[in-house]
Design a protein around this ligand. Structure first.
Ligand code: NDP
Length: 334
């Protein structure tokens, strides 16, 4: 048959990220487009059909979702649901024969990450995690410096990712059953990611601490976590994540200089500088557009998958190690 020029994406879960970032990003995408929606809220069906010119036959709910298997317009299913629902919907998408993008954090346990990876392998579909930073030029400039060593080798990395959470204390991000954890699951994965691309290595050990000041608001999820990671050859990484402090920064210390991104994990425009007084600067584009185009190109042309399922699983291994360290550590100053 004739090769498609643009792959059709169906967004699953039409919350703030789908409506505020993914759907707008898809309007400018070159290799994919918004072909369908999956929602549990009937009122959103008509609103999205009208706004984005989506035909009724490409609209699903959580009950009839599996019949998407028969729909040739949909090539990729993008799961944008609360974290504890990612595994179920990614696996159902794979079984329906669709390529899968799974939002971050990939799932709420390493076991669930494995189940998603296995389902995609068995179905012969491609899988990526919604790590938009992996397609971002600022992030890729840090990766280049780590690899090409213009300032020598990396010795130390520090990365902060947090914001002050306000509003409804019953929101799903603060509900462990739906989120799988608090700041670490939501924002900490960015800091784990930047520690890893900022050193170019995976950590070999981790030691972590949890801090809490508002237990009445953060009833069953972590408020603030710090962690220190050991990388090969004595390289040290520092992580800060919080739902009670604003922080959005990456600092990389090389033997003969440094690089900093601040802001670092937000939707942009980002900002960066190096110790020689130069600015790191790129024209601003929707990160989500670039991310989804990169995945569509991976499927159509076999280019690199910048955020494969194994990367999401690797980060979940570190998340679990951080929670374990907090549980087993907890030394207080006497
Ligand atoms: P929202 O709460 O804004 O939206 C979630 C949507 O999921 C809801 O609107 C609803 O859609 C659907 N849903 C189904 N069941 C439930 C339930 N029990 N409780 C709440 N919602 C439910 O969340 P976000 O859009 O902010 O986040 C969704 C996912 O995207 C998360 O995994 C998050 O980590 C990730 N995310 C990633 C970002 C990134 O930069 N990569 C940024 C923001 C979020 P409907 O009414 O259509 O059924």
């Amino acid at each position: 048959g004739k090769e498609k020029k643009k792959l059709g994406i169906a967004l699953v879960g039409l919350g703030s990220y789908s409506s505020g970032q993914l759907a707008p990003g898809l309007q400018d995408a070159e290799n994919c487009y918004l072909a369908g929606i999956v929602t549990g809220t009937p009122a959103k069906e008509k609103e999205w059909m009208d706004k984005y010119n989506i035909p009724k036959k490409n609209v699903y709910n959580y009950e009839n979702f599996d019949s998407i298997a028969k729909n040739k317009d949909i090539d990729i299913v993008y799961v944008v649901l609360p974290n504890s629902m990612h595994a179920e919907y990614c696996i159902r998408a794979a079984k329906a024969g669709k390529h899968v993008i799974c939002e971050k954090p990939m799932a709420v346990s390493v076991e669930e990450c494995d189940a998603i990876i296995d389902a995609c392998n068995e179905a012969g579909v491609k899988l990526s995690v919604g790590y938009r930073m992996q397609s971002d030029p600022y992030t890729n400039e840090i990766k280049r410096m780590v690899k090409e060593k213009p300032f020598g080798s990396v010795r130390y990395v520090s990365s902060d990712a947090g914001y002050i959470s306000r509003g409804n204390p019953d929101q799903w991000r603060l509900n462990h059953a739906l989120s799988g954890g608090g700041a670490l699951m939501n924002m900490g994965v960015y800091s784990i990611q930047s520690n890893i691309y900022g050193t170019g290595q995976n950590p070999i050990s981790v030691s972590a601490q949890e801090f809490s000041s508002k237990p009445e608001y953060f009833k069953d999820t972590d408020e603030t976590i710090t962690a220190q990671m050991e990388f090969p050859e004595g390289v040290v990484g520092n992580l800060f994540t919080s739902h009670n402090a604003n922080a959005n920064r990456l600092f990389v210390s090389f033997e003969k200089g440094w690089a900093e991104l601040n802001p670092c994990h937000s939707y942009g425009p980002l900002s960066g500088r190096t110790s020689d007084g130069k600015e790191i600067k790129y024209p601003h584009q929707s990160q989500q557009k670039v991310q989804m185009d990169d995945f569509a190109k991976h499927i159509m042309l076999g280019t690199t998958n910048y955020a494969p399922g194994e990367m999401g699983k690797r980060d979940m291994i570190i998340v679990e190690a951080i929670y374990k360290s907090i549980k087993e550590g907890g030394k207080k100053i006497p």
